[in-house]
Design a protein around this ligand. Sequence first.
Ligand code: PMP
Length: 304
Amino acid sequence: MEPYAFFRGEYMPLKDAKIGILTQALHYGTATFGGVRANWDEESQQFCLFRIKDHYRRQLNACKILNISLPWDEQQMADITVETVRRSGYRQNVYCRPLAYKASEAIGVKLHDLEDDFCIFAVPFGRYIEKEEGARVAVSSWRRIDDNAAPARCKITGVYINSALSKTEVMERGFDEAIVLTHDGHVSEGSAENIFIVRDGELITPAASENILEGITRKTIMELAKAELGLETVERQIDRSELYISDEVFFCGTGVQVAAVVEIDGRPVGDGKIGPIVEKIRNLYFDVAKGKVKKYKQWCTPVY
Ligand code: PMP
């Protein structure tokens, strides 16, 4: 079993896919990445590449914002991903990382008149946060980047310095993850995941205008909560102090999947244990993302 990559239009072992140190994207963060999980189901001996076309739709939108033009549509990008995982021969949970980037070897900060390229690789992947059943988190002192400075709605590599600063700040203080506020002090999201709170049985999440990444897991949870639990999600501003008095809080994202938050800034969330709504959403999401629920099988792309 050898990790494979798709690079410069060809499949090759990951170890052979290298870029030069002059590559424009390396210096200026002019690239957009994705993250797609290929969940392995031991029972059916099959992968579920979860909502892969939604991931590529979002990435192609990001390319539009970054002036990156690629010769593929979302279906072709999905096919390339399947082939990359297949060639690697994996039979375990895998994370696929597509990257569309300014590939010219040139000095100069700009987006125009540069070559674009797209690569993808797949690597084995486990948990993103160690304590998914009960994360202890803190509000970061770093604020979320504003859409008018650099769009958070695209996974632009350069923008992730914002996530890295907040994550490291709180981890070095002993917490598992960071919550980041917008410039006007409302809750935006985690360093690499969206956030939901539960108050009096109501599911609430910051709206797209709060400088969040428009998460595919977020969308999935909203759809599942409505269809399976009869819970509508309210998209609205959330104050910092509301976090402290929520009954339940959870993060969601491709990496983290669904992780319960049990403590924020030293205060227990609810009774300090994973709550009933998070527990239900978590179980439901895990089954759906593995391709175990027939009704949602259309979200899964097989590999073998
Ligand atoms: N917010 C940020 C900043 C992220 O990096 C991610 C991970 N992609 C998410 C939210 C969750 O998005 P998704 O559910 O599409 O993975």
